[in-house]
Each structure stands twice: as structure tokens, then as C-alpha cells.
Design a binder for this molecule. Structure first.
Ligand SMILES: [Zn+2]
Length: 333
């Protein structure tokens, strides 16, 4: 994962032209410098294109862009964004986009394409919103079997800690991303600046309303702990929710028998009523744990992507469904 080592320290890296093209541009500059204020702005065909790495980023980019720009999602509906592989065509989308909105250290294939291929501006959501560390030791356990050698792993932890990438489950952080996307689009397409700023402000209102509903709806509950399939819900900690994941960071991580025994004990001690599963990964683990304890299963959507089932939903409606499911499971008044 070279991206970790070369991660940008600024929120936005404006990658300029390739050396060959830059040389030509420099020649042009020397003869008519007065007209050369458009480096890094939209290509001459006038259409601004945005590539978003996965659904919540696409949602934000689309809301901010409105009708002015086209937004492509690199993670297709029904796909699970962890461990996304990019096709040649998608790599070309990254290369050709005027703006790539992605999250460093979440999808290595996208990081690589951004590093190697992106010719337009790139916006790293992680740098914009500020990530929080995972709440406890789960993440270290799930990293123990990944592909890094021991020393490498220790070094990386020293640099970045184990940061939770699922920031979009905090609507306030998503609003910050909206403002940053508006700023970027305004630079690329100055004629649209007012539209982008206004769209980001409307998006912020919607997200702040949702944030208030979550705070209020989860303020007075019998329980605060939730059992979920993968460790995606740490950002609900701001509403008092404590998360016990069956698997680790990645939906395919397998729990050990000791993990399961510990969860069963927590379910008994806290009087937990529900094991949550999600739509884009198999509910088998959640279902077997719930069956063992004779309790319910319900869907809690990490909003990592839409599927056929949720094609008519969006980030806001899915988060409101999550709120309703949490209130039922935790006995909120
Ligand atoms: Zn995830």
C-alpha cells in the first residue's frame, strides 16, 4: 500500500499537467502569460466531470454539482466498496475526471489510480473531515491477518493509527465534505461557483437536520450497545451508541469462536434484542448469532452503496431508516 507512505498532507492536491504537456504549456506561457490563468480548470469542451469513489461521496458530489456537472460512481450499485477493483474504463474515468472525490486508505485501487493516473484535481475526503480512531481493539485483531508483515504494520500504525474510514455515518462530517467539493468545483468551473456554494448550503441544512434527528432520537434509550456485522458504525458514538462488531473492518473478516462467545455474553448482559446485518454482505453470521440467542435480526445499513433493493433511497432516507431500526432495537423513547 504505497498510498499510505505518499499520502498527501494537504486536503486537496491539484495535479497539474503531465511533464510533456506542461513543457508545451510553459512555452505558451512565456509568449502570452497574460492569458494563462486557467491552469487546472475545466477542459475546453465545457463539461465538468466528477468521479466519486463510492456512494456517499457520489451523493455529496451530485447534490453539490446539481445539473451543472456529471458525477460518475466508481463503485457500481450492489457492489461493496471495500476492496474495489477498477476496470480499465474506470481507471480512464479517474484519469479524465476534472475532479476525483475519494477517501485515501479506504480503497487501495482508487488510491493507486489517483496517484498514477489522475490528471485533474483530487479531493481526499479523509483529509477534509478528519477521521477518528476505532473505539477499541477490534481493528487491530482484524488487521493481524492482512497482507502486511509485522514490522511494516507496526510502522503504519505508528503513522496513522487505526482510523475508522466510515465518516459518512456522521452527517456533520458529510456536510464538511460538501463545502469542500463546492470549493473545488468553483475553482474548476468559476461560472458555477454561486450554484455550487448554494447547493452545498442546502445539503448542509439537510444533513444538520438529520444530525439533530439522530441526536434527539437516540438520547433516551434503554440500551446503548448494538451488535453489527462489520465495524462500520463507530461514528454513531457521537449519539451515545456503542458498537460490537461480529467481524472487523472489512465485511469479509471472520470472527473467531472466542469473538462469538464474547458477543453472546454481551447480548446476555445488556439484554440486547437485535443483531444487525447489512444489505451488501451475507447476513449468515448475524442470523446464526441471533438464532443462537433467540433474538431478532434487522438491517442497519452502513450506506456504503445502494443496491436494487435501495435504488429509490438516498443517503438521507437510509439514515432515517437506520435511526428507526436503532430506536426499536435499543428501546428508545
Ligand atoms: Zn465498511
Amino acid at each position: 500500500m504505497t498510498s499510505r507512505a505518499t499520502r498527501a498532507t494537504r486536503p486537496v492536491r491539484q495535479r497539474l499537467l503531465s511533464p510533456a504537456v506542461a513543457g508545451v504549456a510553459a512555452l505558451a506561457l512565456s509568449s502570452c502569460a497574460a492569458f494563462s490563468d486557467d491552469t487546472g480548470t475545466a477542459s475546453d469542451d465545457g463539461d465538468v466531470t466528477v468521479a466519486a469513489a463510492f456512494y456517499p461521496l457520489q451523493f455529496v458530489a451530485q447534490r453539490v454539482a446539481g445539473d451543472r456537472t456529471e458525477v460518475a460512481n466508481l463503485t457500481k450499485p450492489g457492489g461493496e466498496p471495500h476492496d474495489l477493483e477498477l476496470s480499465v474504463g474506470q481507471t480512464a474515468e479517474v484519469a479524465g475526471a476534472d475532479l476525483v472525490v475519494y477517501e485515501a486508505d479506504f480503497q487501495p485501487a482508487v488510491d493507486a489510480a489517483v496517484e498514477q493516473n489522475a490528471e485533474g484535481a483530487t479531493l481526499d475526503a479523509a483529509e477534509v473531515v478528519g477521521l477518528e480512531p476505532f473505539a477499541d481493539e477490534h481493528s487491530e485483531e482484524e488487521h493481524a491477518d492482512d497482507s502486511h508483515s509485522g514490522e511494516e504494520h507496526a510502522e503504519e500504525e505508528h503513522d496513522h493509527g487505526d482510523l475508522d474510514p466510515h465518516f459518512w455515518l456522521d452527517p456533520a462530517r458529510l456536510a464538511e465534505l460538501g463545502d469542500a467539493v463546492a470549493e473545488q468545483l468553483a475553482e474548476i468551473d468559476p461560472d458555477g461557483a454561486e450554484t455550487y456554494t448554494a447547493n452545498a448550503a442546502t445539503l448542509r441544512e439537510d444533513l444538520e437536520t438529520l444530525d439533530g434527528e439522530l441526536s434527539e432520537g437516540l438520547a433516551d434509550c434503554e440500551r446503548s450497545t448494538i451488535v453489527v456485522s462489520h465495524d462500520a458504525f463507530g461514528y454513531l458514538g457521537k449519539y451515545g451508541i456503542e458498537v460490537e462488531p461480529i467481524a472487523g473492518l472489512s465485511p469479509d473478516a471472520e470472527p473467531t469462536p472466542a469473538d462469538l462467545a464474547r458477543l453472546q455474553q454481551i447480548i446476555d448482559e445488556d439484554g440486547i434484542t437485535t443483531v444487525f446485518s447489512e444489505r451488501l454482505v451475507s447476513p449468515a453470521l448475524s442470523e446464526s448469532l441471533a438464532r443462537d440467542k433467540s433474538i431478532e435480526t434487522a438491517v442497519l445499513d452502513p450506506v456504503e452503496g445502494l443496491s436494487d433493493e435501495t435504488a429509490d433511497e438516498d443517503y438521507l432516507s437510509l439514515m432515517r431508516e437506520n435511526l428507526a431500526a436503532l430506536r426499536t432495537a435499543n428501546g428508545c423513547r
